[in-house]
Ligand binder design. Structure first.
Ligand SMILES: [Cu+2]
Length: 132
């Protein structure tokens, strides 16, 4: 039994080494697949995906509108500088180049702001999440 497992492990290892040895094409494929995966798949198509771009010192979408009960996926892209997005009242913090999914179960207006001390324009980096 032990021998058999050992063989399997060696075979897998060899396959991995051969696989990575192939170079360029494989790396390209794996780099493009995460971006292509639809984030709304888990939510059964009912979700809303939003990408927010941050720069010094603003978010490109100062207002986000979603429907109450909707599954919301927010991705924060740091196009310039280092920023994070914190939504008050929803207890959500999205760090730079990360994605967060949550259910917008509370209606109302919720302020969001940059939660990284990014420089002199930091205080201007605010916006609103509107759940209606
Ligand atoms: Cu900031």
């Amino acid at each position: 039994m032990k021998r058999k497992w050992g063989m399997t492990g060696a075979t897998l290892l060899a396959a991995v080494i051969i696989g990575t040895g192939c170079g360029g094409d494989g790396a390209k494929e794996s780099a493009s697949s995460p971006a292509a995966s639809p984030s709304s798949a888990e939510a059964g198509g009912a979700g809303k995906a939003i990408t927010i771009n941050a720069k010094n010192f603003a978010f490109d979408q100062p207002e986000i509108k979603v429907k109450q009960g909707e599954e919301v996926t927010i991705k924060l892209v740091n196009g310039q500088g280092n920023h994070a997005l914190k939504i008050e009242g929803y207890d959500q913090e999205i760090k730079g180049n990360q994605t967060v999914t949550f259910k917008a179960d509370k209606a109302g207006e919720f302020k969001f702001e940059c939660s990284v001390m990014c420089g002199k324009g930091h205080a201007d980096m605010t916006g609103k999440l509107i759940v209606e």
